[in-house]
Design a protein around this ligand. Structure first.
Ligand code: GLC
Length: 678
């Protein structure tokens, strides 16, 4: 093996093949690999400190730098380096707008580049199996199809800037209770139909350059040493060419150095625990892993180092930018499209600037920042426009802000959860499904005092039975980022027509949720059993006939949309033929607005149990009043298939399928059927 041992000058290094950006990347990888000594290889496999790998000056290998998080870059824990605080994952998902996710990916990657790093530890895409998970706010959705579409666009956006996305946490990290040791027992069919799709698409459709392995066990083995999940599924089956990085400290619980190496873990973060060079050397000497496996793991990191331009002249790389008005405007757009109008009785919203003379603004979240105390996803923005600031700015000089609801024409209450311990936070699950008692009392007393009360809720799903009948309008604000206050006032006063749709079912009560059948199904003790299988979210509520408080895909608009003229390109398809389904959507109201047209399929008769409906398509369209547009979807065999565990394959069974076109999973406007003849 040709080893360069003496120090080389910069010019000499530049002549080496791996430095030559005109060469094929795989050639550069092999050249670089062959120049590394064994110990240099070992040194690359664990972090130097929190965000950084160890440099190898001799070969000009700089430290590979990575930072959290899923809605904003965080370099330090004091906020010395500020960054754009985008709406959190669930709010971005509620936009149902893949293009916005792409733009978000580009923007946050520009901020990673600007702080001199190479990878973003995001997106976080774990399925929201229970609304009580402490990281529901950080993840996207309960539905695998929506999760897949948004993940692919986010990863493409990030990597378009030659910044590595690190899709996390692989896999079934769906609760924070006992997160370092809990074992998720999940069926193969549920893995294939619910938990895998977004990760698989991230790799096969977006070429994700890194995957973060989870803390928890999956079917008895820890994520970082799970040979089946990493080597067999990710790498061999799905063709993953990037590298696996452990979650921070996840290897503390691993069995051994070799179990991680053989499984395919390339990088242990934040610092060495199992990948201590002396231990690695001993394990290699004892043939506990082969040099071939070692080299494959190393090549994956070298490959991504080359892909992000670690060796390229910085000036040749996509430019970075941070805290720009472009990014802040994008944060506002995502917030505007991610807010969900849950209820709007008697069209109390939008408020009319002329007719509204006095407004009361109340609530514990009226003037609270939401970026702090949320664990690893926290970032520090240069400012945060809280609801009070946004609303005051809007009312300034036009509408008097009064203290008491009884004096006001309209009262706004901003309540809900916070991004902090005891509520929505990494490291623990939520303690209560209902709002704090003080908030329930505030809502019920206020609406008594003034029936024209509008409730805006931060955070994630809560129960509402104490007051939902009395409150005429409710908006789900989530954690809508640093421009939340501006976005909210735009929605309240009608500058913006809400278009958000729920990416997660809002149950009436927690026991209706499929994970909350017993201790065994959540949170488990050392084992949590995903007994619901594929019946996650609306798949459970619909199939079991349980009425949710607000269904998956629900979200109101200030205008109305009429669906008509459903057409099928043919009534039968066979083999790999695709079917085109089209319909017209008319904005039959007075406001310009966007509608998310959703397509669900239903296998009328199948040999195995299947969900009552499954999302297989959606389109977000913007229409002016009286404007009509045609929306079309293509369906093929893959969209009709379920995963057969005996055959270990996807099967589309012959027979009749219904196509349900809806404004939500429960608001089906048109439906038709066709036959798949196999
Ligand atoms: C945390 C999180 C992970 C994060 C990492 C680095 O524990 O689980 O999402 O990226 O450690 O902060």
């Amino acid at each position: 093996m040709f080893v360069v041992s003496e120090e080389k000058s910069k010019d000499e290094l530049l002549k080496l093949a791996f430095m030559n950006s005109n060469l094929d990347i795989e050639e550069r990888v092999v050249d670089l690999l062959n120049r590394l000594t064994l110990h240099e290889k070992f040194s690359l496999m664990s972090g130097k400190r929190w965000w950084y790998t160890k440099p190898i000056e001799r070969l000009g290998i700089k430290s590979f730098a990575m930072h959290d998080g899923p809605h904003g870059v965080r370099v330090d824990n004091k906020g010395e380096i500020q960054s754009t605080y985008f709406p959190s994952g669930i709010c971005r998902a509620a936009t149902w707008n893949p293009e916005l996710s792409h733009k978000f990916g580009v923007a946050i990657a520009e901020e990673i580049r600007e702080v001199g790093a190479h990878m973003l530890l995001a997106p976080g895409i774990n399925i929201q199996r229970t609304p009580m998970c402490g990281r529901t706010f950080e993840y996207q959705t309960e539905d695998p199809f929506l999760n897949k579409i948004l993940t692919v666009e986010t990863v493409k956006g990030i990597q378009s800037q030659r910044i590595a996305a690190c899709v996390k946490h692989f896999i079934c990290n769906n609760q924070e209770t006992n997160r370092f040791t809990v074992n998720s027992e999940v069926s193969e069919r549920a893995l294939q139909e619910i938990y895998y799709p977004a990760f698989k698409a991230a790799i096969q459709e977006a070429d994700a350059w890194s995957i973060m392995s989870c803390y928890n066990k999956v079917n008895g083995t820890y994520g970082s040493e799970h040979e089946h999940l990493l080597r067999e599924v990710l790498m061999n089956e799905w063709g993953f060419r990037g590298f696996v990085v452990s979650d921070w400290g996840a290897t503390r619980t691993s069995t051994s150095t070799e179990s991680l190496m053989n499984a395919g873990l390339t990088l242990e973060m934040p610092t060495e625990n199992k990948y201590v060079p002396s231990i690695l050397e001993k394990a290699l000497d004892k043939n506990k892993f082969t040099e071939e496996i070692l080299n494959d793991n190393i090549k994956r990191l070298l490959r991504v180092m080359l892909l992000v331009g670690l060796f390229d002249d910085y000036s040749t790389l996509p430019k970075g930018s941070r805290n720009t008005s472009d990014h802040q405007n994008l944060a506002r757009r995502i917030a505007e499209e991610g807010m969900v109008l849950l209820k709007n009785e008697k069209n109390i919203l939008p408020l009319n600037m002329e007719k509204t003379k006095k407004i009361a603004l109340l609530g514990p979240m009226l003037n609270k920042r939401t970026y702090l105390e949320g664990g690893s996803s926290t970032n520090f923005p240069p400012y945060e426009i809280k609801p009070l600031e946004g609303l005051t700015e809007k009312c300034n000089g036009k509408i008097e802000i009064v203290d008491s609801p009884s004096e006001a024409d309209v009262t706004l209450i901003i309540a809900g959860l916070r991004h902090k311990r005891g509520m929505d936070v990494e490291g623990e699950d939520r303690k209560a499904f209902k709002l704090p008692t003080s908030q329930i009392e505030l809502i019920t007393s206020t609406v008594e005092e003034n029936p024209n009360t509008i409730l805006i809720l931060t955070g994630t799903p809560v129960s509402m039975h104490e007051w939902i009948e009395k409150v005429p309008a409710v908006i789900q604000l989530w954690y809508a980022g640093m421009e939340a206050g501006h976005a909210l006032s735009g929605i309240i006063f009608g500058d913006i027509n809400p278009s958000g749709k729920l990416p997660i079912t809002f149950p009436k009560k927690l026991s209706d949720s499929p994970a909350h059948v017993s201790e065994r199904t959540y949170p488990g003790d050392q084992n949590v059993f995903y007994d619901e299988g594929i019946y996650v979210g609306y798949r459970h509520f619909d199939t079991k006939g349980i009425e949710p408080l607000f269904p998956f895909g629900h979200g109101l608009s200030y205008t109305n949309f009429t669906y008509e003229n459903l057409k099928f390109s043919n009534k039968k398809i066979s083999g790999d033929e695709s079917l085109t389904i089209s319909l017209n959507v008319l904005n039959s109201g007075d406001y310009e607005g966007a509608e998310v047209v959703q397509l669900y399929i239903q296998d009328v008769k199948s040999s195995v149990e299947r969900p009552l409906k499954e999302l297989k398509g959606f389109k977000k369209i913007n229409l002016k009043p009286n404007e009509k547009s045609t929306v079309s979807f293509d369906l093929s065999k893959d969209d009709l298939s379920y995963y057969n565990e005996n055959l270990q394959n996807w099967i589309a069974e012959k027979g009749e399928f219904n196509v349900l076109i809806g404004s939500s999973s429960r608001d089906i406007r048109l439906q038709g059927n066709f036959e798949y003849i196999g």
